[in-house]
Design a protein around this ligand. Structure first.
Ligand code: ASN
Length: 332
């Protein structure tokens, strides 16, 4: 029987709504509840549970990503696969970050959670948990999100629904697996490697700006860019932004580049890829030296930049690595 390490990090899946005074269960009580609710788990794998921390996923940051990656790296040879129970709100960020933190995998690292606490009658926790544990026993050497009968590459996934069980999507990459009567595995899985690598450093020296009609660039002038090494823009469509009149963002972007801040153009549209040469504004950004996020999710764009800024001091090295497909996060 395969050995799976189940890592508890918090989120709705671990909440006990019947105990409003202490909604966060300890790992023993949670394990008890888990086996009570899903007794078939013990037929799928031998499961060991570790509670690493216990947070609503809004409070998870690069410190937690480092802890998770280190724990998996340290236990790597002892288990056949890993399941991380995580809140759904920032699951796609953690999955993306882990795909950069732990590369060259030969075993599955599957994140799951639920929209409704395990203790509720109509919770999605049981199904997601069974599916995730089963996927962690399979030949899937990737960081993946298993949710609502789909398995998505972690750095391609994004949360799309607050309340629906179908909470995640992978707009620009097909699912790695679909779980029905049978498990349909895709051929688009990363190749198995032999030895994983560990990186636990992520930089926070970046800033995300979502643009919108009537954004006054004067507000942006007030941001102190001294410690901001990269500015990620969620632009419109294929990478467009205002270039006429008082609302033109060109002077601000020029200032950023002069300040040695990397400029990355992403999109507010989830499907397809940024293409800077399609329109005048994108072309202007491109000739100023802006980078394209191509078809990456915002989660992947940000965590990739955080990883690269921590890894390289030189902007040219960051830019060169950013343009490449490192761990399946973009289509080249
Ligand atoms: N607020 C929760 C979290 O992300 C939401 C959930 O898990 N469904 O931790």
């Amino acid at each position: 029987m395969k050995k799976i390490l189940l890592i508890q990090t918090g989120g709705t899946i671990a909440m006990d709504i019947s105990d409003s005074e202490q909604p966060q269960l300890n790992s023993e009580k949670w394990a008890e509840l888990m086996y009570q609710a899903v007794p078939e788990l013990s037929e799928i794998a031998e499961i060991h549970i570790e509670r690493l921390f216990f947070e609503d996923s809004s409070d998870i940051n690069k410190k937690h990503w480092g802890q998770l990656a280190t724990l998996i790296y340290d236990r790597y040879s002892a288990y056949d696969g890993f399941v991380i129970l995580h809140g759904t709100d920032t699951m796609a960020y953690t999955a993306s970050a882990l795909s950069f933190a732990l590369q060259d995998l030969s075993k599955p690292i599957i994140l799951t959670g639920s929209q409704v606490p395990m203790s509720n009658i109509r919770s999605d926790a049981r199904r997601n948990l069974v599916n995730a544990v089963e996927m962690a026993t399979m030949a899937l050497p990737e960081v993946a999100i298993c949710f609502n009968d789909f398995v998505y590459r972690g750095n391609r996934a994004t949360k799309i629904s607050i309340g629906d069980f179908d909470a995640f999507a992978s707009p620009n990459y097909p699912p790695l697996a679909e779980i029905g009567l049978n498990i349909e595995m895709s051929d688009n899985v990363l190749p198995t490697q032999s030895t994983p690598t560990l990186n636990t450093s992520f930089s926070d020296e970046l800033f995300l700006l979502k643009i919108y009609p009537n954004l006054d660039p004067a507000f942006l002038e007030q941001i102190d860019f001294t410690d901001i090494r990269a500015l990620v823009i969620e632009a419109f469509g294929s990478g467009n932004f205002p270039i006429r009149g008082k609302q033109s963002l060109l002077p601000f972007f020029k200032k950023c580049i002069a300040n040695n801040t990397l400029l990355i153009i992403g999109s507010q549209a989830a499907y397809d890829a940024v293409e800077l040469s399609n329109y005048e504004s994108g072309n202007k950004a491109k000739s100023m030296g802006a980078l394209s996020a191509k078809d990456m999710t915002t989660e992947a764009t940000l965590t990739k930049m955080m990883y690269l800024l921590a890894k390289h001091n030189d902007n040219d090295n960051v830019a060169a690595a950013f343009n490449k497909n490192l761990v399946g996060e973009l289509t080249e």
